[in-house]
Design a protein around this ligand. Sequence first.
Ligand code: LER
Ligand code: MN
Length: 284
Amino acid sequence: MPKFAINTVLWTWPFSADRVDILEKVKGLGYDAVEFSVVDTSPQHLAKIRKEVTRLGLETIICGIPGPQQSIIDPDEKVRLTGVKFVEELLDVCSALDAKALIGPTYSVGTYGHVIEPGGREAAEKHFVECMKEIAVKAEHKGIRIAIEPLNRYESSFLNLAEDALRLIGKVDSPAVGLHLDPYHMNIEEPSFAGPIEQAGEKLYHFHICENDRGAPETGTINWDEIVTVLKKIGYDHYLSVEACDPAGLGPEICKLGGFWRPYGQSPDQIARDSLTFLKRTMG
Ligand code: LER
Ligand code: MN
């Protein structure tokens, strides 16, 4: 049975230990796990978060969003090495927080400035496979799943489609590395929701839950019947993680990165409540 999670980007970004109120809220609402990006990776900071999630009985998931100088697909070898180090450090963050999944666009984020130049795709794919193979050794050793998330065309020039991500994941050829899908991005890029999910099958390692505008499910145009049916068909049993947003509590950096400019529901708390109600009704 899939477990239900929520990303703290609904309330704040990046996550820090002083937002225990969010962890208590997530637990109080009834979620199994909390997902977040963390920038302060000092042992003291991670220990504080670990203490609180342990106290509350919440599982953790780490979302990796590399900066422009941390891309494993960059033509510059120095940038790629920094990218590998960044992802490997996130695996250490996962260990420190007992997280079993590192998710998101860990390869690069286009809106941070990484755009593949014409003719650069072959090299970028080669770099992705080589770097991910190296990272996967560490992930396998630690027992952590890395789920690679294709993004829409406005956020990445590298991976927009599940089929491209699956082709590269196949070349990495590690049980630690699989696919992460997000209907917000799929809605812009994919010919259907069911096709890519079915094609991924057991290599689907993570799934984000949000509407076409990043609001709660069933408030927009995403075909949830199609998604729920196919997730059940493939026997999906990893996290279903809400990644809805509201710019109110967020700084300009993440709002620019994700294009969050207006409220996408009545309030962040209401979006969190409604999303879990949907998950329990359809996938519980
Ligand atoms: C991250 O999971 C994601 O979906 C990106 O759009 C964040 O900018
Ligand atoms: Mn996502």
